[in-house]
Design a protein around this ligand. Structure first.
Ligand code: TZP
Ligand code: MG
Length: 228
């Protein structure tokens, strides 16, 4: 299937995004994702990921086939956590890989240069390696302890400044991000965040997304150069 969103628009959206929202099956069932995605997009989330560690592949494919065109209508890309093989059949814009998943060069060979590839990194060393391997963006975390990824030792926000110095790719700070912690992220030079539980547990997801973006001092729709 052709990608639901033109790949050049997907790349542009990634460059402009400051809030990356993950739709995670441990916080919300697939039936809730379309509505949640719409609300989070209303609030300014600029990139979306479908993360479903506990769902069978056919259900992930079904959900992605619904979400990818829905987000594409707004010019927003959907990435799949894991499952590079579901990118083409679902029309998603790309996939997000962990350190123990298929490598970036192998995923690139499989999916081509236009597909968005993201990589989870847990240290500055992994971040520079991920950039050299050809990822389109990086996740960096967990910065803080989080129930969403309980087995990882938190890195702490101070390490963000190493990433700022060593990496030119867009990178999203992740792990325990809440509005109250955004000032620590920005103090160390972070300007983009990726959020799961705070957004998915919010009574008003659009307001929660706006709250994060306003504390970042930006809006997903604005380029850095256009910031007030
Ligand atoms: N990778 C690093 S931390 C994390 C992932 C997927 C979980 C982030 O979730 P939350 O709920 O925003 O802390
Ligand atoms: Mg993975």
């Amino acid at each position: 299937m052709a990608p639901a969103l033109d790949p050049s628009r997907a790349h542009e959206a990634l460059q402009q995004a400051h809030l990356y929202a993950i739709l995670d099956s441990s916080y919300a069932p697939p039936s809730a994702w379309p509505s949640l995605a719409g609300k989070l997009a209303d609030g300014g989330a600029g990139v979306f990921q479908l993360r479903a560690k506990n769902l069978p592949k056919d259900e992930i494919l079904t959900a992605a086939k619904i979400l990818a065109p829905l987000l594409a209508q707004r010019g927003l890309p959907l990435l799949l956590n894991d499952h590079p093989d579901l990118v083409a059949p679902s029309g998603a814009a790309g996939c997000h890989l962990g350190q123990d998943d298929l490598g970036i060069p192998e995923a690139r060979r499989l999916l081509g240069s236009a597909t968005l590839l993201g990589l989870s990194t847990h240290s500055p060393c992994q971040a520079t390696a991920g950039q050299a391997l050809g990822a389109d963006y990086l996740g960096f975390g967990p910065l803080y302890a989080t129930g969403t990824k309980p087995d990882y030792k938190p890195i702490g926000p101070a390490k963000i400044s190493d990433i700022v110095k060593q990496v030119t790719l867009p990178f999203f700070c992740i792990g325990g991000i809440t509005p109250e912690r955004i000032s620590e992220v920005t103090q160390h030079g972070g300007s983009r965040v990726c959020v799961v539980s705070y957004l998915l547990q919010a009574a008003d997801p659009a307001a929660a997304a706006r709250n994060i973006l306003s504390r970042l001092g930006t809006s997903s729709q604005l380029k850095d150069a256009d910031r007030p």
